[in-house]
Design a protein around this ligand. Structure first.
Ligand code: AMP
Length: 183
């Protein structure tokens, strides 16, 4: 099983920019655009993900809107497997299956196309996003994959905000791999 060295983790972490008070006061936003436009950092990340996941015999990568699309589609192309977008409600044009999840105020909903993972039951899927915070979005996405009779084998995040304990919730549903843990 492939893991990153501490020095590679440090390099990736330093390529991500912190934006205080975005999108609202008190939130430190992890801006990954500075990792994406750094060719060494982006290649290091995708090389690592390829090395780890080529051993998994996956059928699909599912990415969560919108930054999960970037890492997920780059990895899917490397692994020569399909990519499936999990989107906010109302964006996907064909028949969808939806899952609601709670936010601090109210709720949100994500969707996937009903036939996104083919017609064979039990397709092996890796879920991917840039960051796990409270885990609400990822739990809903993993439930959605299982709801359409595919199998969420593992969920992968570049960054985990450990103090929000999102991974603990998600671990009841699927395995979790977080590259950079932030205390
Ligand atoms: P959550 O459902 O609370 O785990 O939130 C995860 C989603 O919100 C992911 O799609 C992240 O991209 C985004 N997100 C939450 N907190 C942050 C943050 N501090 N910096 C960047 N993105 C965030």
């Amino acid at each position: 099983m492939a893991y990153l060295s501490e020095s590679d983790k440090k390099f990736l972490l330093e390529s991500i920019r912190d934006i205080p008070d975005f999108p609202k006061p008190g939130i430190v936003f992890k801006d990954i655009t500075t990792l994406l436009n750094n060719k060494q950092a982006f290649s290091l990340l995708i090389d690592h993900l390829e090395k780890r996941y080529k051993e998994y015999d996956l059928d699909y990568i599912a990415g969560i809107e919108s930054r999960g699309f970037i890492f997920g589609s780059a990895l899917a192309a490397r692994l020569e497997i399909g990519f499936v977008p999990i989107r906010k409600k109302g964006k996907l044009p064909y028949t969808t299956v939806a899952e609601k999840y709670s936010l601090e105020y109210g709720f949100d909903e994500i969707e996937v196309h009903i036939d996104a993972f083919g017609h064979k039951k039990g397709a092996k899927v890796l879920l991917i996003d840039d960051l796990i915070a409270t885990g609400g979005t990822a739990v809903a996405a993993a439930n959605l994959i299982n709801k359409v009779e595919a199998e969420c084998i593992e969920a992968c995040f570049l960054i985990g905000l450990k103090f929000l304990k999102g991974e603990e919730k998600l671990k009841d549903i699927t395995k979790v791999y977080t590259i950079l843990e932030i205390d």
